[in-house]
Design a protein around this ligand. Structure first.
Ligand code: FUB
Length: 310
């Protein structure tokens, strides 16, 4: 039988599991949220991080009307690349439409920008460059609650995943996660909008459920579906063998923050993985004045995600 470690001898080991290697720092001195990070190969390759611009909102609500872009060569130093587009690109948008959690994708020489507009529609814009020049790719919504069957109560928080076979998927939604295939043009739906099934959510803990911020990534043939559990939310994850699910609940990626929302994205590049999220890290920060931070994302040998500590 193994003897229990003396308390003091066990302390450094215990601390290694509960303390972050480095305190979380915001990527910029400007309030921003809802990270959508990508590595695009343009000009030798760079990270492009699209965000909700919390610096231009009222401080009382997420009512900014433009998105913000940051770029980085190394994930450490980020340059503010300004406003890649604003809601006026979508002429069909309601006059009071806000610029919420964005998403971007690159395909066939074009950059696509997916935008929740007004809480009931998702638009898609296209440009030949990632930092601007975006125009409405369809001249009508890509997803519309009033038009599309099973679009859900609040089609927001779009996330795009392109699988190894080239099939693209769009995830979105609050309370009930949605997925729909995209055609190769990246601007048309290909088939019905489906609910994403998540099995095994612990019944004993009703707070562990889907709230918002759906996101999919793939590693080692396993599809990881991450999401926020609500308001406030933990970032939870579930895994499956298909981008369409079903997924099985696995655990917590990031615990509750001190603000009302939590919204993640995961980037894998050069064999490393990072979790992007937003928090309350800048002076004057709040639930409506958030700040994006990054943490290394690590996996156990069995493929489970090690919970990120801040
Ligand atoms: O930024 C507005 C909303 O807050 C987003 O759509 C949600 O994901 C939450 O982060």
């Amino acid at each position: 039988m193994q003897r229990p470690m003396p308390y003091l001898a066990a302390l450094p080991l215990a601390l290694a599991f509960v303390l972050p290697a480095q305190a979380a720092e915001p990527i910029a001195p400007r309030f921003n949220a809802d990270p959508s990070p990508h590595w695009f190969p343009l000009d030798g390759g760079k990270f492009y991080l699209y965000a909700t611009d919390d610096a231009s909102n009222s401080g009382k609500y997420w009512d900014s009307v433009s998105w913000r872009l940051y770029t980085s060569k190394d994930m450490r130093s980020w340059q503010d690349a300004g406003v890649p587009l604003d809601v006026t690109v979508f002429k069909w948008a309601r006059p009071d439409a806000k610029a919420w959690a964005p998403e971007a994708a690159y395909r066939n020489g074009n950059y696509y920008f997916y935008a929740p507009v007004g809480g009931d529609k998702i638009g898609v814009a296209v440009s030949s460059r990632p930092d601007g020049g975006f125009v409405d790719a369809r001249l009508d919504p890509l997803v519309d609650k009033a038009r599309d069957l099973n679009a859900g109560d609040e089609p927001i928080d779009p996330a795009v995943f392109v699988d190894r076979d080239g099939q693209a998927y769009l995830y979105f939604g609050t309370r009930v996660p949605k997925v729909v295939k995209l055609k190769a043009d990246m601007v048309s739906l290909d088939g019905p909008i489906l609910d994403v099934a998540i099995a095994g959510l612990p019944a004993a803990d009703p707070k562990k459920k889907f709230g918002e911020a759906p996101f999919l990534h793939q590693r080692g043939g396993v599809y990881y579906f991450t999401f926020s559990s609500g308001w406030p939310g933990q970032i939870l994850y579930a895994t499956g063998s298909s981008p369409l699910g079903p997924f099985t609940y696995r655990g917590v990626v990031l615990d509750y923050l001190t603000i009302s929302t939590n919204h993640q994205a995961i980037v894998e590049h050069d064999g490393k993985s990072w979790l992007f999220y937003h928090d309350n890290l800048l002076p004057g920060g709040s639930s409506h004045r958030r700040s994006i931070a990054i943490a290394p994302l690590e996996y156990e040998a069995d493929g489970s995600i090690r919970q990120v500590t801040r």
